[in-house]
Design a binder for this molecule. Structure first.
Ligand SMILES: NC(=O)c1ccc[n+]([C@@H]2O[C@H](COP(=O)([O-])OP(=O)(O)OC[C@H]3O[C@@H](n4cnc5c(N)ncnc54)[C@H](O)[C@@H]3O)[C@@H](O)[C@H]2O)c1
Ligand SMILES: O=C(O)[C@H](O)COP(=O)(O)O
Length: 527
């Protein structure tokens, strides 16, 4: 039974959903690091938020780990490279707390420019004086949004209803996205900084974004600029912000995130015009329920070996895309699995050709399924969607994908050419309606075979008696034949047979079939 460890608080609904899967769930909130490193070898999955550090040291102890579930958005506490090379799937819930984070950003922006927390503390200390808390209006002011992704775009559109002009800097998105949100695009960060009355950051924490607003930017900013950071600590440099405030350039700051968390010693805490919340952006009832239930379902799917839409170290797929791709993922894996069960030669190149309707889809994940199918039967190490491409690369195997929009014989077709030193193995398959998979070609022999868990494939001379003899030998060893198809190649006077059988076939039976005169090759396949 799979075991899941939860180390940070997630909604009760999430825990219930994990338990409902029948998997074993342990909740160890705030677990000591040493204890975590000792016990993690016992678990198949871990569910964390932003505090637990999933790094190299952790992976070295997590010898059975298959899935890291990040109940939330940012994954900067997770070493992604370490996960990918070990075939560990990292899943998160990027959509589930977006609204809450955007609303918290706006809360910080308004609260800081109207001194609401400061005034609240003042009056609760039994003082009444209105003179020290004068704020500014938002109407007619310019808001500079850095990072126009999920949260940045929500903040941008909501703040327009306050009568703000919104400008944004995000070099990684199209002009259409700026137009869609009615936001003026700034080509350079410095242009945004010079023009904005308010600046809010909504990028991930990367080498490029860390400290992207600091002393240099504040020198160029308008005197009285106001800033908000509800993204990740350090995107607005903490030292730079202290400097900007002390110089009288920055009039106020609303901060939800710090470089080191938890943190009760930051110099920002001593500044009156900085308001700080302890990383509360996602802390709403709605977001936490959403995050908890979503992560539970994703972790369970990932443990079952299914493709997960929000897998961070896999191609990004929307739920609908995944629905449409599911049968092709299965077909790709089945076709891939044929190779090492029918051939022994070392692979030099894998060509995957998508034709017909499948060629119009996003097939990156199907290619991973093909590679998973090819390598899984021969490797001891875990092979999955996450590390299949890396495995091909490390074995010096080149992988090419191509697409043909029209295909003569089938509405959709996946063809594999697996090239070794002396020959090329080819196979192809198609999907009929209702997820009906078919293998339609193996090395030029045409079929219409539904893959099943146990199959026998025989190459034989095209002469009378072959089918009967195989049937007799299987019958004698109590193996029931479910279906059988024969395909002939008149040129070489050979045939290939695909038999689906109801159970495993013993080695001795295979040897007996292999010794029948006219049988050239017999293979038992597990698909
Ligand atoms: N405070 C919280 O509790 C809380 C909650 C949720 C998310 N977050 C954080 O909010 C941030 C934004 O999340 P999101 O879901 O909107 O992310 P997203 O991936 O949807 O958007 C990020 C945007 O930043 C842009 N970007 C990346 N590098 C950039 C650069 N150098 N300059 C300008 N733009 C750049 C990207 O193109 C993208 O459009 C993340 O850091 C996330 O971790 C915080
Ligand atoms: O990235 C996120 O989802 C937010 O920063 C929330 O982080 P948390 O789950 O630690 O509250």
């Amino acid at each position: 039974m799979n075991k899941i460890l939860v180390t940070e608080k997630i909604a009760e609904k999430g825990i219930e959903a994990l338990k409902a899967s029948g998997m074993h769930v342990d909740v160890e909130l705030g677990i000591e690091r040493d204890k975590l490193l000792t016990i993690i070898k016992n678990y198949d999955a871990i569910v964390v938020r932003s505090v637990t550090k999933i790094n190299e040291e952790f992976y070295q102890h997590a010898t059975n780990l298959k899935v890291v579930g990040r109940a939330g958005n940012g994954v900067d506490n997770i070493d992604m490279e370490g996960a990918t090379k070990r075939g560990i799937i990292v899943v998160n819930t990027p959509e589930a707390n977006t609204v809450s984070a955007a609303e918290h950003t706006i809360g910080l922006l308004i609260a800081s420019c109207r001194n609401i927390p400061q005034a609240n503390t003042f009056i609760k200390n039994r003082n009444w004086d209105r003179s020290g808390f004068k704020g500014v209006e938002l109407l007619g002011k310019t808001l500079g949004v850095i990072g126009l992704g999920r949260i940045g775009s929500l903040v941008a559109t909501r703040m327009q209803s306050f009568g703000m002009k919104v400008i944004a800097y995000d070099p990684y998105i199209t002009d259409e996205r700026f137009e869609k949100f009615g936001v003026e695009k700034k080509e350079k960060l410095e242009d945004l900084v010079k023009e904005a009355d308010f600046i809010t950051v909504h990028t991930p924490k990367t080498e490029e974004t860390l400290g992207m607003i600091g002393e240099k930017e504040f020198k160029a900013a308008k005197k009285g600029v106001r800033v908000v950071n509800c993204a990740r600590g350090g995107i607005i440099s903490e030292d730079g912000l202290v400097w900007g405030i002390k110089e009288g350039i920055v009039a106020s700051a609303g901060i939800d995130v710090l470089v080191d968390e938890p943190n009760t010693t930051s110099p920002l805490l001593d500044l009156d015009n900085v308001i700080i919340t302890p990383h509360l952006g996602a802390d709403t009832v709605e977001a936490q329920n959403n995050v908890g239930v979503t992560i539970a379902h994703e972790v369970i799917s990932a443990l079952k070996g299914e493709m997960v839409p929000n897998a961070v170290n896999l191609p990004t797929l929307q739920h609908q895309e995944l629905e449409a791709l599911t049968a092709y993922l299965q077909l790709g894996e089945v076709l891939g699995k044929l190779y090492h069960q029918l051939e022994k030669d070392a692979i030099e190149r894998i060509e995957i050709i998508y034709s017909g309707t499948v060629a119009e889809m996003e097939t990156t994940a199907v290619t991973l399924a093909v590679l998973k199918g090819i390598f899984e039967p021969i490797l001891k190490e875990r092979v999955n969607y996450v590390n299949a491409r890396l495995i091909a690369q490390n074995r010096g195997i080149s992988v090419t994908e191509s697409k043909k929009t029209v295909n003569g014989s089938h509405m959709n077709l996946i063809r594999l050419n697996i090239v070794s030193k002396d020959k090329t193995f080819t196979t192809a398959g198609t999907v009929f309606a209702k997820r009906d998979l078919r293998i339609v070609d193996v090395n030029g022999f045409e079929f219409d075979v539904t893959p099943t868990p146990y199959m026998l494939v025989a190459n034989n001379m095209d002469k009378p008696g072959m089918i009967g003899q195989i049937g007799t030998l299987l019958g004698a060893s109590k193996v029931n034949i479910a279906t059988m198809q024969v395909s002939r190649n008149f040129k070489v006077q050979q045939a290939m047979m695909f038999l689906t059988v109801d159970s495993d076939v013993k080695k001795e039976t295979l040897n007996l079939i292999g010794n029948v005169e006219g049988i050239l090759k017999i293979n038992f396949l597990k698909l």
